[in-house]
Design a protein. Structure first.
Lengths: 243, 469
């Protein structure tokens, strides 16, 4: 089976280790992994900030890049970017003359998978052969949970990691306060929400917080670091790559 | 009353600095979330019920003219008078003229967001008609000369100690300390008001078209009294409150109390069918004021129309991480939380409250909690787009987004820009972290959080290198 990576701009530019961990994990599962370097960004930042013509331009680029790709699946290490393409691209191609774009989008979208959803639902795998002797908790990234309905798959994958001590924090499904440009437009509110999350992470007594979205992890890590906490963040792909 | 700060950032800053408010909000929202969670387990298929409610609302809103006409016919057939009000001023004018014509000096009011929306109390006071709020929360808010901070719990931001202080200062009958003493003091005052008022003003939770019935849901019994004691009865009803049939009411009466207060049912549900005695010489009157005040504007927009499905339960406020932190008053108008961020810019204007849709992390907890499954995140996004279409926003932001979109369509430029960004970021790195930055938006981030130190190469650069080695 061949998979093509949509690595997301944030992972590409700031967290390349996450992308490499995803490659390592997928290869360990016997998949042929490819990366089309014409890809850039899904356009969610522009869309969520209200700039639809700009978002549309980026969506067109995304569709063009991935429709030419012949892989069986397009795998994404982010619930948020997956949700953008799956749930919101339609709103960017809703014009009366966009019929052809909608068809092209549908063809690309049908192959698009979020990382944990792909492993558990499409491959039917829970134990990816990882080992990590540490106490970890899981943060439900909002778009992964509520836009894509994915909460069980990441937990199954974590529990199947050898030697992992998985504990749930209180209210793992509440927002970390990131919210894209919200995190800088309303930094003080964003931080107040983050502090609630950090308090729950802290009281769970873990060494690592795992999530499937580098944006949430950047927010949580930024808060932990500022507070001088010893707790570390880790993308699910990084956990699954550990051996 | 002091005017709220015009800037949302400053209003929320004040709220975040207020430790008493923070404590009150945290306790209250947590309690309501827990009660709701508990209450919805008593419905065998909650999801099916909310989808049914959504269908009813969708159908009614799409055929609003038809159902409003049926409602009006029925109310008139029962001997009620119907007044169509285009604006809030129309509503106030009608009620003031009615009060003057009947020699009414004071009115008792039940909790009504519609009358809060149009600031009816101010208009009545200016016309020498004394309004008395009879819902305990609203009574507190009226004494404090504030605006409600929650759709169903107007004084959610106040602690018991603050209310004790307020009663001591305003009512001058000593300091009530226990909740029972506070309610007893309010009850004693309000009883006299009920008996002397010439008019009772309510809102409506639902207006049933097929029977011309106004339905009011409450726990305190004050609505029952304000609709039973004064001879003249006025219901101020937003046009979106109509539902087709009694049968539909059973759907909403299961959803509303569970979503709002976390109750299976409220202590009282009142049904008003016109004046208590139809004969004009009896002196009993019933007036239905159907209020537009911007609602037909929302109706005209096919995408935003869904905003009118709201049944004002307040569930989206309680689960909203932003509301939990800044409370209701920081939103600047009477509708707070996610639904407030959606309807305020539409009922007022994007110019007045267009910043509200941006004050959300788009976490989607609101949609999950909504008993009619309103897609609140999608509505917030639509309003953000409208706001940018209308040209609002900083020029620097617009330029940045255009540049980003331009770059993102040119992979070579994207790679180059990324490299430059990381070089710049490395200049700011100290001990593996970026703790401060010289300019926005980076400095808006580092004011509260660290940024990770950038890595040497991007994923795409590493991939290319691995390939060539």
């Amino acid at each position: 089976m061949r998979v093509s990576l949509f690595i997301t701009c944030l992972v590409d530019q700031l967290f390349p280790d996450v992308g490499e961990a995803m490659v390592a994990t997928l290869r360990r599962l016997g998949l042929e992994v490819s990366f089309n370097d014409a890809q850039t960004c899904c356009g969610q930042v522009a869309f969520n900030t209200g700039y639809r013509p700009e978002a549309r331009a980026m969506a067109e680029h995304f569709v063009r890049v991935f429709e030419s790709d012949l892989a069986d699946f397009i795998v994404v290490p982010s619930g948020s970017c997956t949700a953008m393409v799956r749930n919101y691209y339609g709103e960017l191609f809703h014009g009366p003359d966009d019929g052809e774009w909608r068809e092209r989008l549908t063809r690309v979208r049908s192959r698009l998978r979020e990382f944990s959803e792909f492993i558990v639902n499409d491959l039917g795998v829970e134990n990816v052969g990882a080992r990590f002797p540490a106490r970890v908790t899981y943060h439900d990234a909002c778009h992964l949970l509520r836009e894509l309905g994915i909460s069980d798959q990441p937990r199954r994958l974590i529990r199947a990691v050898r030697d992992v001590d998985f504990v749930e924090m209180e209210s793992p499904d509440t927002c970390c306060g990131f919210g894209g440009t919200f995190s800088v437009k309303y930094g003080e509110i964003s931080n107040a929400i983050l502090q609630e999350k950090l308090a729950r992470i802290s009281s769970s007594g873990v060494e690592y917080v795992v999530a499937n979205d580098s944006s949430c992890l950047m927010q949580i890590a930024g808060g932990l670091s500022r507070a001088g906490s010893a707790v570390k963040t880790m993308h699910l792909a990084e956990l699954l790559a550990k051996q | 009353m002091s005017l709220p700060d015009p800037d949302l950032t400053q209003r929320s800053h004040a709220a975040l600095e207020n430790r008493v408010l923070q404590g009150a909000l945290k306790a209250a929202t947590a309690t309501f979330i827990e009660r709701r969670r508990e209450a919805i387990t008593s419905v065998s298929d909650w999801e099916a019920l909310r989808q049914r409610a959504r269908q009813v609302k969708e159908h009614t809103i799409n055929n609003l003219d038809y159902y409003l006409e049926r409602l009006v016919e029925k109310v008139q057939a029962h001997g009620g008078t119907v007044h169509w009000a285009r604006t809030g001023d129309d509503v106030s004018r009608y009620i003031i003229e009615l009060a003057r014509a009947r020699g009414v000096k004071s009115v008792v009011k039940s909790k009504s967001m519609a009358t809060e929306e149009i600031e009816l109390n101010h208009a009545l006071e200016a016309a020498d008609v004394r309004p008395v709020e009879t819902d305990l929360g609203e009574y507190i808010i009226q004494l404090a000369q504030e605006k409600p901070s929650h759709i169903i719990v107007p004084a959610i931001h106040k602690t018991r100690a603050q209310i004790s202080d307020l009663f001591e200062e305003k009512l001058r009958e000593g300091r009530p300390n226990e909740v029972a003493e506070i309610t007893a003091m309010a009850r004693k005052r309000l009883r006299n008001e009920f008996l002397s008022a010439g008019m009772g003003i309510t809102g409506a939770n639902f207006a049933i078209a097929e029977s011309g019935t106004i339905v009011l849901v409450e726990n305190e019994g004050n609505i029952r009294l304000s609709t039973q004691v004064p001879k003249i009865q006025v219901a101020v009803v937003g046009i979106e409150k109509v539902i087709p049939r009694f049968e539909d009411l059973s759907v909403f009466l299961r959803l509303l109390p569970r979503s709002g207060t976390g109750q299976k049912q409220t202590a009282y549900v009142s049904f008003l069918n016109g004046p208590r005695q139809a004969a004009p010489e009896s002196g009993f009157e019933f007036h239905l004021v159907l209020m537009d005040n911007g609602r037909t504007r929302i109706l005209a927009d096919e995408q935003l129309r869904e905003s009118l499905y709201c049944i004002r339960c307040g569930a989206c406020l309680n689960v909203c991480p932003v509301y939990q932190k800044i409370g209701g008053q920081a939103y600047g108008w009477i509708y707070p939380g996610p639904i407030g961020a959606v309807i305020s810019p539409q009922l007022q204007s994007l110019k007045q409250s267009g910043d509200l849709p941006f004050a959300s992390s788009l976490c989607g907890a609101c949609r999950t909690a909504c008993p009619v499954d309103i897609n609140l995140p999608d509505l917030l996004l639509a309003l953000r787009a409208k706001s940018k279409e209308s040209g609002s926003g900083k020029l620097s932001e617009r330029a940045a987004m255009r540049t980003f979109a331009f770059t993102a369509r040119r992979p070579w430029l994207f790679t180059l820009a990324g490299r430059m960004m990381r070089v710049f970021a490395r200049l700011l790195t100290r001990e593996g972290k970026i703790k401060s930055a010289p300019m926005a938006p980076l400095s808006d981030w580092t004011q509260y959080r660290d940024l990770p130190a950038p890595t040497g190469r991007s994923f795409r650069e590493r991939w290319k290198k691995d390939r060539h080695e």
